[in-house]
Each structure stands twice: as C-alpha cells, then as structure tokens.
Design a protein around this ligand. Sequence first.
Ligand SMILES: NC(=O)c1ccc[n+]([C@@H]2O[C@H](COP(=O)([O-])OP(=O)(O)OC[C@H]3O[C@@H](n4cnc5c(N)ncnc54)[C@H](OP(=O)(O)O)[C@@H]3O)[C@@H](O)[C@H]2O)c1
Length: 289
Amino acid sequence: MSGYKNFAVVGAGTLGKFIIDELLKEKAAGKIDKVVVLTRSVNGNDALAEKGAKPIVVDYASSTSLQSALHGIDVVISTISGLAIAVQEPLSDAAKAVGVKLFVPSEYAGDTINRTEEGPVFGPKNELRKHLEQIGLPWAVFFTGPFSDWILYQPFLGFDIGNGKVEVSGTGDGVVSWTSRIDIARYVVYATTVLPPSKLHNRVFKIEGERTSMNKVLAEYQVRTGKKVEITYLPLEEVEAKAKAGDIKSILQLVFELYGEYGTEEEMNVDWPDFNPETVVDAILSYKA
Ligand SMILES: NC(=O)c1ccc[n+]([C@@H]2O[C@H](COP(=O)([O-])OP(=O)(O)OC[C@H]3O[C@@H](n4cnc5c(N)ncnc54)[C@H](OP(=O)(O)O)[C@@H]3O)[C@@H](O)[C@H]2O)c1
C-alpha cells in the first residue's frame, strides 16, 4: 500500500469530478481519511461537500492560502484546467513546504516526455516535472490518450456524435489509445492508494482503455446504436497546415491520425492486471452531459 491517506484534488472539473468520486469510495470504505478539493470559489461545490469531500477556497497567487489548504495532505492530484497549468509551480512549492509526499501534475493526455517539437502539442511540456525534481517533491504522471467518453461530444473539436456529425483528419485509420474518465480516475486512485512509494514516485503510468482507430469506433457505434454518423474526411495536409499555425482543433485532430500511440500494448496498464477498462464505444454510450 502507498500508505497515503490524505488527498487533495485541484479543480473539480471535467476529469477532477471523476477522481474525487473514486477517492470518496475509498474514504467510504475506510481506506483513506480525507479528500479536499481546491477551488477558486465555494459556489457550486455543495454536492461535493454532501458526498464527503471538503472544498477549500484558495487564492492561487497566495502561498499562504495554498499552504493552509494543503496542510496535512499526502498527495496532491492536480486536474486543473489546461488554461491554468502555470499555477502548478507555486502550488507545488506550497505542497513541498507543508510536507506533501507526491504531486500528480495535470496532464492526462499523450506522451509529454518524448514528444517532438514537430508533433502536435497534446499535453503540456515537461517543465513542471523538472521543477518538482528540483524541489525534491516526487511526482507521478498518467498518459491516458483522449477521454473516450467525452471527446466525441465536443463540437469545438469537430466531434459532434450526439448530432451524428464527426470530422476526421486524413484516413481515420490512425491507431489511438483512448481511456474513459472513470477508468482514468480508477487507475489514478488505484496507483496512489495501493502501490508502494517505490513503484509510484517519479513514474510515468501509461494507461489505455482500448487501442483502436476512429474509423473502427465510428463503425461499431453505428452498428450498435443503429444511428447514422455523417463523417467528413478532412485532407491531412490542410489539417497539418492549420495545426502548425496553432489551431487547437487541428492539433487535437492530428492526434487521431498520426500521434495516437504513446507506447506498445505491453507497456500499458502494467501495474494493475485487473484494471478491466471499458471499451471506447461503451464509454461513448455512457456519456452524460
Ligand atoms: N485527454 C483528453 O481528452 C483531455 C480532455 C480534456 C482535458 N484534458 C486534460 O485534463 C486536465 C484537466 O482538464 P479538465 O478539462 O478536467 O479541466 P477543466 O474542467 O477545464 O478545469 C478544471 C478546474 O480547474 C479550475 N481552475 C483553476 N484556475 C482556473 C482558470 N484560470 N481557468 C479555468 N479553470 C481553472 C476550475 O475549478 P474552480 O473553478 O473550482 O477553481 C476548473 O473546474 C488538463 O490537463 C487537460 O489538458 C485531457
């Protein structure tokens, strides 16, 4: 067992809510003691408090506020918005100052260690990990691929499966590792509560719900639901040109055609043989807005 009993989740958003729910199951089972949630405003967090989490309002610009919130915490799991990842550096300094033992940076995407400058930016650069090593605060990072239960419901990325319309870059045959939010949450909580520090600290965890292509997912979805999906194939050169110019939708679209893998199948889910994740189509069908 990790021996860690007190957890702080930073940001109860798209992914964080799922991790909090998994941690609260462990708390209800008596396996961990405390789940606090760092937030900028207490508004909208009543449901979390009712479920047994403790929302704490913080000012990310104040080290006193951050240290006070993290007092007594063993593990910080950051699921902060990609728009705010810069606050993780002062946050980690505050964590170190009050004796936090492990920091999980907000990544949950592709390979942020071996990524090349030519490839799309799917996940932040490695700088926070370097900072954590400099200050001597152990880290654990989770590569997950796209959220299988969420991403196809994002029209701003060209994915609108709820209305039967999906844009695909290139052929649609690119192989991608996908993982649903509930499975990411299950794995993160398993790793941080069950694994001993020797298997947890300064580790990259490559996790994968299913390895498959966009074409296969859309074909299976149509067979299983009987619903037609209108698929628009975008020429790869056009998407690449837009991605190079910084267009977020194109950057993420390219992942599905060219950069969907972050290791071999043998490298995935290695720490938890009984993981048993859901398939992509099962995850799509479980989506709740
Ligand atoms: N692989 C994928 O398909 C995928 C998809 C989405 C996200 N991600 C990654 O997963 C991680 C978590 O993303 P997410 O979508 O779960 O985050 P999110 O819902 O956008 O944001 C999480 C929380 O961050 C807090 N926050 C603090 N400062 C903020 C600021 N300046 N602007 C906005 N929010 C702020 C907010 O909580 P309060 O308002 O309570 O402070 C918010 O609820 C990120 O690293 C992201 O890149 C991956």
